[in-house]
Design a protein around this ligand. Structure first.
Ligand code: FAD
Ligand code: SF4
Length: 462
């Protein structure tokens, strides 16, 4: 008889008042006993609806069955059949809208804690188990991958496993993409990301950092150098701004810069590491997505009084519910239905306040979300010294500009078919560079599909 508890086992975590003062991981992970108990909640449904909710089709009931029997290494290997970065996905995937949203245990009670179990199995393999680095015999084929985020790394790993010689070119000095520079340490420890990347290196994948494709070399040159395929996984790292007055004042950051300083450059350890970040006593973060939550929670950990300023209501916030919950627990204020109009500076050009207007919900827009409209006469000043703009990112235009025959969308994304084939021969793309800002698992899924297409196309050409 399975464990019929209606609740999933809570995740042990740091207390809010303690964690709001440090950058260590908030969620501490299941113990073996808790993992086995939670695994016992799975009914091993024949049709496994949870698998259909997973963008990379992890055999969920199979890996959970292994955990239930205490076969943790086997559980990990089962996940790795479909997912190359399980320790990362177990932490940051929006399971509540994917696998767990389809779990039958969720009909009456909470779904099985699939993400927490995935994290458990991955952490076990990384600390006590083994991670295989088996590859097929060398095929003599060569590929270049642009960008080392989850899309690029997944494509590189799959090609290397198939016996290809793969080189990843990364613009930054550390590989990992958003996993390293965007998502904060307290949600995704960087040592763990690097361990996952080391596992990919063990497959023979070479990673060249500080290599900006479009500057150091072009996509065309990578093809001319003898690469049989080029995969572009360059992400969407160009920050959007609201284009309101005052955005060039000192104390205004894009969330990208703010998070890169804090995560990649470890500004919270300054001067031990040499990149500072200036955070005032009062910080406003504009936006309602995961990026806004991450920026707000970082600013809070640096000692600020932080407000999220979002023009719609909480129901429309795109951030994961868990992140909103954690942010609230940590004392972050939520100013919903509030739209910034201008950022105001002092005589020295530093931010001193933000003018905002209150909003109310009007008629639904084309996506069915009620459109916020300004409430007449509701303008007010919010005193702040730092403003972080987290209203979305777009693909950087560099690859597009330097690869004139690469088809792109008007908004800047690279055009591909559903398998990642671009209109340019031997060039493939996937992840945020194609979809715009999305999720880690969708980027990985795109990297996987493109690797498959590369292998199929190469086989046809032989
Ligand atoms: P990226 O991760 O952006 O990687 C692209 C890489 O390409 C970067 O390293 C970049 O430096 C490199 N690059 C760019 N141009 C070039 C060039 N010309 N030459 C060489 N290299 C280049 N998703 C979730 O699922 N869950 C979350 O909780 C979550 N939280 C997020 C929090 C933040 C702060 C951010 C910014 C995003 C978050 N996301 C989350 C979204 C997720 O991280 C992205 O969708 C995912 O990383 C996209 O992967 P990618 O490989 O396409 O691109
Ligand atoms: Fe287990 Fe839920 Fe998947 Fe059924 S739907 S197999 S209960 S995880």
């Amino acid at each position: 008889m399975p464990n019929m508890s209606l609740q999933k086992h809570p995740m042990p975590e740091q207390q809010p008042e303690i964690r709001a003062t440090n950058f260590q991981e908030v969620a501490l992970g299941y113990t073996r006993e808790i993992a086995m108990e939670e695994a016992d909640r799975c009914l091993h449904c024949k049709n496994a609806p949870c698998v259909k909710g997973c963008p990379v089709n992890v055999p969920i009931p199979d890996f959970i069955a292994h955990i239930k029997k205490g076969e943790f290494q086997e559980a990990y290997e089962t996940i790795r059949l479909q997912n190359g970065l399980p320790a990362i996905c177990g932490r940051v995937c929006p399971q509540e809208t994917q696998c767990e949203s389809k779990c039958v245990r969720g009909i009456k009670g909470e779904p099985v804690g699939i993400g927490r179990l995935e994290r458990f199995a991955a952490d076990y393999a990384m600390t006590e188990g083994t991670v295989s680095a088996e590859t097929a015999a060398p095929t003599g084929k060569k590929a270049a991958v642009v960008g080392s985020g989850p899309a690029g790394l997944t494509c590189a790993a799959d090609l290397a496993r198939a016996g290809w010689d793969v080189t990843v070119y990364e613009a930054l000095h550390t590989p990992g993409g958003v996993l390293m520079y965007g998502i904060p340490e307290f949600r995704l420890p960087k040592a763990l990301v690097q361990k996952e990347i080391d596992n990919i290196r063990k497959l023979g994948v070479k990673i060249v950092t500080n290599a900006v494709v479009g500057r150091a070399m072009t996509v065309e040159e990578l093809l001319e150098e003898g690469n049989d395929a080029v995969f572009v996984g360059s992400g969407a790292g160009l920050p959007n701004f609201q284009k309101i007055p005052g955005e060039s004042l000192c104390g205004v950051y894009s969330a990208n810069e703010f998070l890169t300083r804090i995560n990649l450059m470890r500004a919270y350890t300054f001067p031990e590491h040499d990149t500072p970040v200036k955070v005032g006593q009062r910080v406003a973060v504009i936006g309602g997505g995961n990026v806004a939550m991450d920026a707000a929670r970082c600013a809070r950990r640096l000692g600020a009084d932080v407000s999220i300023v979002y023009r719609r209501s909480e129901a429309e916030m795109p951030a994961r519910k868990e992140e909103v919950h954690h942010a609230k627990e940590e004392g972050i204020h939520f100013r919903m239905l509030t739209n910034p109009k201008a950022i105001l500076g002092d005589e020295n050009g530093f931010v001193r306040a933000m003018t905002c207007v209150e909003m109310e919900l009007g008629e639904p827009d084309e996506r069915g979300r009620r459109r916020p409209v300004p409430k007449p006469g509701s303008e007010f000043e919010l005193p702040v010294e730092t403003v972080v703009v987290a209203i979305g990112n777009s693909p950087n235009p560099l690859i597009k500009k330097t690869t004139p025959d690469l088809p792109t969308e008007t908004w800047g994304g690279i055009t591909t078919d559903e398998h990642g084939r671009t209109g340019k021969k031997h060039v493939y793309a996937g992840g945020d560079a194609v979809t715009g800002a999305a999720t880690v698992i969708l980027a990985m899924g795109a990297g996987k599909k493109a690797a498959q297409a590369i292998l199929e196309d190469a086989a046809k050409e032989e």
